[in-house]
Ligand binder design. Structure first.
Ligand code: AMP
Ligand code: GLY
Length: 421
């Protein structure tokens, strides 16, 4: 089967690596891919959705997988389905669960799915009145997509009112901030739980933990994610059962009943408070770097899993996951997440990769001499596998030690929550 992956990060690279390992995978394409993805398949430079769908028809692509939310919220799945192409991801209507936080919160409230108490509004005075009813810290969120930056945890009511006013006036996030969600702060631990669904059935993947802050010890600004591991031992069977019964099942059912069946992967950002799960957010795609850890653990056919979800036959697959643990450490370029960085040549020791250590590439390019360079942003993920989290983490950091480029930055404490005694 020929397959196409839309995107160019380490998430898409990890999916590509899993497809490549599948005996049923013939030609593999990335649009646009990155400077290293040609190790796995061919990069194609088409960004227009109609043109991509035409490319898929002409090249006999039987499965397309969309990595990120930008293409999903633009309706990539609708465009492909209109040409009878199988594509993994939600249609535009369901992608609004990520595209609008106000829509998502109202969906949760309408369906009595646990989430933080909130209001959504475009009126600064209404925002201020609700803020006055909450204890600090107070959470203020821009409604639209802000590349992970649209959430302010205000330490006082004054700061929250100012954050809401700045968003609503268009100063902070332009159009994306013209509506805001104000909500109570939930104090607990976070989990990323992924459910693959064909609109009716779903399969929950091993629970992950991400590390959103830039610096070791959860310091510094929020990022797309600086490392992840799975499975997270904090996600007990009892807790996962609650998440399935109270969050995932009602979401999949309500989405279908509302005429926007959820197909693809539902990413539930969960806050666990006193052993009770609350929905912080939904994303309508895999997390990055969580996906890299999950793909490292997938022990059965990736094509079968994604293809059956795409064509509404998820009940026919039983994916298997390794008993191992996976720990992924993101290595980012010098100025991430503040700005761009000068390209820096990457060197990787010859013996860097082995069955318990591999690299997933993201923001990398090839320079004129054919050398790989870190081109800004998150450059790559060093993934370690092991029989326990400790050895997986050791393998990940041994791999980090075999990778060099000027200005490389990474956290030294990925998976600390699993190792805290
Ligand atoms: P979101 O994009 O909505 O997931 O928010 C980004 C991050 O902000 C989350 O991963 C949490 O760490 C934090 N956050 C969001 N909402 C809340 C909340 N209600 N209480 C505590 N932390 C939150
Ligand atoms: N790692 C979190 C995300 O992909 O949104």
């Amino acid at each position: 089967m020929n397959a196409l992956i839309i995107g160019g990060g380490a998430r898409e690279y990890a999916i590509g690596r899993a497809l490549r390992a599948d005996k049923n995978c013939e030609k593999l394409y990335f649009a646009p891919g990155n400077g290293a993805s040609e190790k796995l398949g061919a990069n194609i430079a088409i960004a227009d959705l109609e043109e991509l769908a035409d490319f898929a028809v002409k090249n006999d692509i039987k499965l397309t997988i969309v990595g990120g939310e930008e293409f999903l919220t633009k309706g990539a799945v609708d465009v492909f389905r209109a040409k009878n192409l199988a594509i993994f991801g939600p249609a535009k209507a369901a992608a609004r669960l990520e595209g609008s936080k106000a829509f998502m919160k109202n969906f949760l409230a309408d369906n009595r799915i646990p989430t933080a108490r909130y209001i959504e509004t475009d009126d600064p005075n209404e925002a201020a009145r609700f803020i006055a009813t909450l204890n600090a810290p107070i959470v203020v969120k821009a409604d639209g997509l802000c590349a992970g930056k649209g959430v302010i945890i205000a330490q006082s009511a004054e700061e929250a009112v100012k954050a809401a006013r700045d968003m609503l006036s268009g100063t902070s996030f332009a159009e994306a901030g013209k509506r805001v969600v104000i909500e109570e702060f939930l104090d607990g631990f976070e989990l990323s739980v992924f459910a693959i669904s064909d609109g009716r059935d779903f399969i929950v993947l091993p629970a992950c933990q991400d590390h959103k802050r830039l610096l070791t010890g959860d310091q510094g600004p929020n990022t797309g994610g600086m490392g992840a591991y799975a499975p997270a031992p904090l996600a007990t069977d009892e807790l996962l059962e609650k998440i399935k019964a109270r969050i995932i099942r009602p979401t999949i059912d309500a989405a279908r009943i509302d005429g926007m069946p959820f197909t693809g992967v539902l990413f539930c950002g969960i806050m666990v408070v006193d052993n009770e799960p609350f929905t912080l957010e939904f994303n309508v795609r895999f997390g990055d770097p969580e996906c890299e850890a999950l793909m490292a653990l997938l022990d059965s056919s990736a094509i079968e899993l994604f293809y059956n979800a795409a064509i509404g036959r998820l009940s026919e697959v039983k994916p298997r996951f390794s008993d191992k643990k996976a720990v992924g450490v993101v290595i980012a370029a010098k100025n991430y997440p503040y700005g761009s960085s000068e390209p820096a040549t990457i060197t990787i020791a010859d013996d860097a990769e082995n069955e318990n250590a591999h690299i997933l590439f993201a923001a990398v390019s090839k320079n004129a001499e054919g050398k790989l360079t870190a081109s800004g942003g998150r450059a790559l993920v060093a993934m370690g596998l092991g029989d326990d989290v400790k050895s997986a983490r050791r393998n990940a950091y041994d791999l980090v030690g075999k990778i060099r480029f000027d200005g490389m930055q990474y956290r030294t404490d990925i998976a600390y929550q699993a190792l805290r005694s």
